[in-house]
Write a protein that binds this ligand. Sequence first.
Ligand code: PMP
Length: 409
Amino acid sequence: MGATGTIDWDKIRADFPLLRRQVHGKPLIYFDSANTGQKPECVIAACDDFYRRHNANVSRAVHQLGSEATEAFEGARRKLAAFLNVRADELVLCSGTTFALNLVAYSWALPRLKASDAILLTRMEHHANIVPWQLIAQRTGATLRVAELRPDGSLDLPALYAAMTPEVKLLAVAHVSNVLGTVNPVAEICRQARARGITTVVDGSQAVPHMPVDIAAIGCDFYAFTGHKLCGPTGTGGLWAKREHLQAMPPFLGGGEMIKEVRFDGTVFNDPPHKFEAGTPNIAGFVGLGAAVDYLSGIGMAAIQAREAALLAHASEELRKIDGLRIFGSAPEKAAVISFAIDGVHSHDLATLLDLEGVAVRSGQHCAHPLLQWLGVGTTCRASLAFYNTHAEVEAFIAALRKVIRLLA
Ligand code: PMP
């Protein structure tokens, strides 16, 4: 399958059993994929099959099941690495973006940063890409610096580059904003940072599920992502890091699996990426994530991106026709995330009444308090779409929204 035109999207939607259910007696319209993605049958089946037929711990047992489990887990690592165009031995498997960013914070930043250093962030970061750096800043005395946005919700790139002064040792930036949908030009940003000797961390949570991502082409030092937004199980994700960093970084957590030899007078650590994978991992989860990657590759990430762009254009056009509705984020490069508010209506009321119509949207601050402060709103509603949504659902969502607005007026 290549172009969107040749893909039967209704058939693809039918792969997602949960999307067949009803809520409050209405067909479910799931517009909360930026929060977590739904899972196709093949992912659910892969987890089920693992527990039914192969369940054992990894890298510990010589018995048949142990080697099957290890092969399945390492196979998932190889699939993810190929999907993201990186080396498998540079891909640390972990519970998700939050863990991945904390790993960089504690293993890379904490031992290196000094009071005279600065960490550069952007206004649009998720709390997972703010709070770990704040904690490191408190421990090291380093300062946090924030790059601001343009009114359309895109990064003010000249201001960002001007903020890259010699004190800045680390830049942490989202690939795609979970509130505004803005797609940041991370390859160019990383090129600018690299030219100034700044280490780069990209939060890819909202990018990897929605577009082809080639980490090697981005040229960052670290790239974090989450599996549960990628049609995979919860508690899965990864951190890609340059080998030189993985070699130099001390382990974050100690325990089994991450060692070669333990004596009371000292421990020899395992090679990366295992050095950073203490304890029993979410084996079945990664088997499921491997199946998710196969599934998404079968459709093609470029086709998924084009499909979601069409859904975004449709929904945005209809939303713009509603009086008193404001959309936050209109950057030229935008993923299918639409944050909006309606004058005089609380987002929680809106989301609660939409839920009664079968429509699942998120309301609140979306783990991005500094961004919401900048937007000047307490909360927003967020409709986030995925390739398994339909144009008919967009129409039904708009009809439900108009009905709810009439009720609240
Ligand atoms: N960064 C962004 C941009 C996100 O959208 C999210 C999830 N909402 C995270 C980080 C955190 O991901 P997780 O909760 O899977 O660790």
